[in-house]
Design a protein. Structure first.
Lengths: 340, 340, 340
């Protein structure tokens, strides 16, 4: 892949500053870009690296362009333009279109144009795979699934039966979609299984990370709306609803029937209890536990900050005395008031 | 699947109130049930929905039956009866019994009656699969495993060698059972591996969630007793013992050699340090870290509750001063005492 | 496997105390070892079990040897000697060398001497597998990967394309290496994907746990140095660097671009925010969240200790008042100062 700076500018809707005929063969960070690479600056904190970068050109916003001494691609949102640039240089190998002879496609399956089914993959009865979609090696797609157009399921993804997925959905390896929700009724020290009769519905442009799990619903469906992005090792329990455009970082866990609004962000390791509602635009900081619904947009946190373990032990011991500390303080305040 | 209200009542040991010949074709929540569905009420908080439900009948306890205006199935434990009802309407597709021509069954394997081995599955040398058990597509069962009757291993489950599993065990996709425990001796800045010579023993009626990991023991076995239910993305380290009927929600992690009693519940994201003992009937709240053994049944928690991030930052900063705060309070109290 | 006590001593560089011709057929804990087993003591807390063990011999340090009444193997580091002993008795079944007829090896693949490729495994175009390496059943290795000598990939491991792995690396089942890093630019309520153009480089003697995920880098590589050991269900985000000899227990999550020094240990469930640097020799306690770089070696912690839930609720409620408590205490102190 190689193109001229002008061609790249045209693709990005950017203005060229410098020689538009310069050839661009890659994209790299400011600090390691070579003479053939385009680079970018989105965070002013890296401004000082602009003086030393060897890059052929810098993708930059108007606010920072005067700091660039060489060629530049000037664009309102430099980070977004950088994202689009990386897609041009994507080095992911192409798989040959078609059904690999060692794939297993069961009866009644409907494949769109240009579908790729990798070696060892299994597509269950009556499932439909949309045009341009790639099913990686070792994937198992249950029966009666509907997968849209231009999706990518990397190797060893598992879909249970009856799952529905929109267009342009990308699923990383090891993800499991449609496993049984964790529903049981206690029965004299044992557990009676609640058969999970719902399914999972996933919208368009959704990203699902490696080894992430999305359980099927108990009576109704678990729903992931359009434009949701999920990182690795996330647990989405049965009947969870995730609103359009929300994002979750790795190791997040969402308990059953919780509803997450639009445009929410959950940082890594966040836990949400079940049957909660989070409003649109709620942002939760790393490893926070949420046990009540949140009605107001904004940022939320729990826990404590890290400390040297020796000091931490003292604070943790005092935490156990907090109620006593508060009451004793009140007592002193009352005595003081009596004197005043 | 369709049956009469009387047939369902007889299956559940319930008393019919209303027309026993009504046909039931599904089970649905109070709010969305149609004229063909049975529904249930277990939590009085949903009582107001009884007035508007369109369901053919409501599974209900004697305490709430007077709130039901239409037909009802009256039974002591409505939630348990609901669970049993869902099993009647389970829509999981049946896989054809037998060994798929694209499965790989190695020498010395013994298969019980009615066993199903899916496409691409591998069953290692000398393993035994009990009657009625289904091994999903893409599963890999190591050599010398023993799997009981009527088990279900969903697609892409991995069992290492020498694992033993009881009857009626259900394993969700991506689960790994018998991986090497994490045991190493430090050796001048490197790590010397401790070969994991034990195995994993799993009792009857156990449920294992998607992408959950259960490591084999170092010298002796990791043990999961009967009726244990494990949700997704749980880590069970080597030589852990989980007592009968205990339940763990998603993302729990248990470090090595910890013993968990009978009837314990660990909520999502709980962490247990290694070499601990939890008594029977211990209940641990979400994302709690347990670093000492617990001798008394009851509920336990750690951490703090979520707050708006701005206020949280102030509390978190003060947490670091807690020991100083406590000492300064003591000092004021002493001065006060001196005056009294 | 059986050998004499003298042979074992010679292997371990230990001194025999007792009859060197005694036959040793296994290794077991002090409490359950039989007459045919060697055992070990590394922690003086188990000293009282030395009186009752039935073991043929005890691996022991000079400091504890006088407590052993029977035969002993005396060696400076008893735990290290125990680790080496377990490797002699490793009961992992050998897989037949060679490419299984049901494996899929694509064009251009180079296999070293004595390579094993299990049934259903896929090795992508132009990948190279070093001598003595075993690729388990159901593994999917992408194209252009380089795997060193004497590695073991257990069943159902996934490597994306272009991954590089050193010698003697062991990967547990379900691990995913080289999945796309979680990089997106916000774009009017949607997310524009940043194609992940980097890869993953893994050194020698690295251990990777079951269902652990290591993402490929965005522009440059994610790097795991030699002698790193990773437990199960760990998330390593894009462009993370893990220094030589560091160890992470289960359920750890590391956000993007964070650098971890040499010889660090992260206990279970630890979370590291992105773009941090941890010095060499940093030790982080279980479930701690680290949100700032750490320059000094030593132990660090966050969170609170577990309590009965009833008391915990009071402390958690007071935590929200901590800033007010601190300010009110200051006020009383000022009044007191004014009087003094």
């Amino acid at each position: 892949m190689e193109l001229s700076l002008s061609e790249l500018a045209s693709h990005l809707g950017a203005e060229v500053r410098g020689d538009g005929s310069t050839r661009i063969g890659g994209v790299a960070p400011l600090s390691s870009a070579g003479a053939n690479d385009v680079t970018f600056i989105a965070d002013p904190a890296y401004r000082k690296q602009l003086g030393t970068t060897l890059a052929a050109a810098v993708i930059v916003s108007p606010a920072l362009v005067d700091d660039v001494s060489g060629a530049a691609l000037v664009v309102d949102d430099a980070y977004l333009a950088f994202a689009k640039t990386t897609q041009l240089f994507d080095n992911r190998p192409c798989s040959p279109v078609g059904v690999h002879p060692r794939a297993i496609v069961e009866d009644g399956v409907v494949l769109g144009d240009g579908v790729t089914i990798g070696p060892g993959a299994v597509v269950g009865r009556n499932s439909r795979i949309g045009a341009g979609t790639e099913i990686g090696a070792g994937c198992v797609i249950g029966s009666d699934c509907i997968i849209g157009d231009d999706c990518l399921l990397n190797a060893n993804v598992t879909l249970y039966y009856g799952i529905s997925i929109g267009d342009r959905v990308r699923v990383q390896s090891g993800a499991v979609i449609g496993s049984d929700g964790f529903g049981f009724a206690p029965n004299k020290g044992k557990w009676e299984r609640i058969a999970q009769l719902g399914s999972v519905r996933i919208g368009n442009n959704v990203e699902i990370g490696a080894n992430t799990c999305i359980d099927r619903g108990a009576l109704e469906d678990t729903v992931i709306e359009d434009d949701v992005i999920l990182d690795n090792l996330i647990q989405i329990a049965h009947n969870v609803y995730v609103g359009q455009g929300s994002a979750m970082a790795g190791c997040v866990g969402i308990a059953g029937s919780t509803r997450i609004g639009k445009g929410c962000t959950l940082a890594g390791g966040v836990g949400l209890a079940g049957h909660l509602t989070l409003a649109d635009g709620v942002h939760v900081m790393g490893m926070t536990l949420i046990t009540n619904s949140i009605d107001e947009p904004g940022a939320y946190a729990s826990g404590t900050s890290h400390m040297p373990a020796k000091q931490w032990r003292r604070s943790a011991a005092r935490f156990k005395q907090l109620d006593s500390i508060a009451k004793r303080l009140q007592k002193l305040e009352k005595i003081q008031e009596g004197k005043a």
